[in-house]
Design a protein around this ligand. Structure first.
Ligand code: NAD
Length: 277
């Protein structure tokens, strides 16, 4: 049976290491026959070991479905343009009967000193930096990719419940996720006439580098106790739901925030936690 992504090609951003949500989704997409171009954070000029690149190379080097690996700081317009030029060289554009079928945005950052502060005390610079990387980057990538997106292409970003409700400790990143959720809806409206879908996957806590910085360790026990399923989600599950939203299986779904959290967001009280079960 042909895989879900057979003949489909696209761009995956946000792989830092094996634990990254972007990697869980990319693995599933490639297992299902998709071909992917990847980006990684550029290495610092004095980092002779090229650790950022090296970590991703280790993951993709033996996989023939990885078509390229390019450095990209998403706040640098030249980097974004270079990545899109590479996408066009590898995948073509709708003008040449090719183009991008899927685009994964799995990027977020807030300066640790601001992330740790109560939102009320967040600095102006920290706020701007967090919003530029975690929110505007979705606009920048979508805008740059627009001429290359196939008429039924799918754009997916990663969000978190802390953008809908106050989650103590998530702080400025919650404000970023609220803006990201709104961005998904505006982009869905604006790119809809081109046939392009834009959605977000709202994942429950997962052990990743960014997740640990945003306080997931404290959240894991709470989700286990409160979520209807009584457990946390897995990397495999985030891979499956991500692949669903990037694939034609979700055609007709756009502007959606899909919660993948064992049902945690459905609860209006601590439930079993209150009953001591
Ligand atoms: P991760 O650290 O593996 O991924 C974050 C990625 O952002 C990294 O690859 C990093 O290199 C990239 N990045 C940061 N600044 C960048 C920049 N300037 N330019 C380009 N790339 C940059 O962690 P993750 O948990 O896989 O995070 C991916 C997404 O999932 C984020 O948006 C995060 O907020 C979201 N998310 C995570 C969780 C969780 O519990 N881990 C839950 C819900 C949503």
């Amino acid at each position: 049976m042909a895989g879900l992504f057979e003949g489909k090609r696209g761009l995956i951003t946000g792989v830092f290491n094996k634990q990254s949500i972007a990697w869980a989704i990319a693995e599933r997409v490639m297992q299902e026959g998709g071909e992917c171009g990847f980006t990684h954070m550029p290495d610092k000029p004095d980092d002779e070991r090229k650790k950022n690149r090296g970590r991703v190379v280790k993951l993709v080097e033996d996989n023939p479905r990885c078509k390229f690996l390019e450095p990209m700081d998403v706040t640098n317009d030249d980097h974004v343009a270079a990545v899109m030029a590479r996408c066009e060289a590898e995948f073509g554009s709708p003008a040449s009967a090719g183009g991008i079928d899927f685009l994964l945005h799995s990027i977020a950052f807030a300066p640790p000193e601001d992330l740790k502060k109560d939102t009320v005390d967040c600095s102006r610079e920290g706020f701007k930096h967090a919003m530029a990387i975690s929110v505007h980057s979705l606009m920048a990538l979508s805008s740059a990719a627009k001429p290359l997106l196939k008429p039924d292409a799918s754009i997916l970003t990663l969000t978190y419940y802390g953008g809908e409700k106050a989650v103590p400790g998530y702080n400025v990143m919650g404000v970023c996720k609220a803006a990201l959720d709104a961005t998904v809806k505006y982009l869905a409206y604006e790119l809809g006439p081109q046939g392009v879908r834009v959605n977000a996957l709202s994942a429950g806590p997962l052990q990743t580098i960014s997740g640990r910085g945003a306080g997931v360790d404290a959240m894991l026990g709470l989700y286990e106790a409160m979520a209807p399923l009584g457990r946390n989600i897995t990397h495999d599950e985030v891979g499956k739901s991500g692949a669903y939203l990037l694939s034609d299986m979700s055609s007709g779904v756009s502007g959606e925030i899909l919660h993948l959290d064992g049902g945690y967001n459905a609860m209006g009280s601590p439930g079993r936690l209150l009953q001591g079960i």
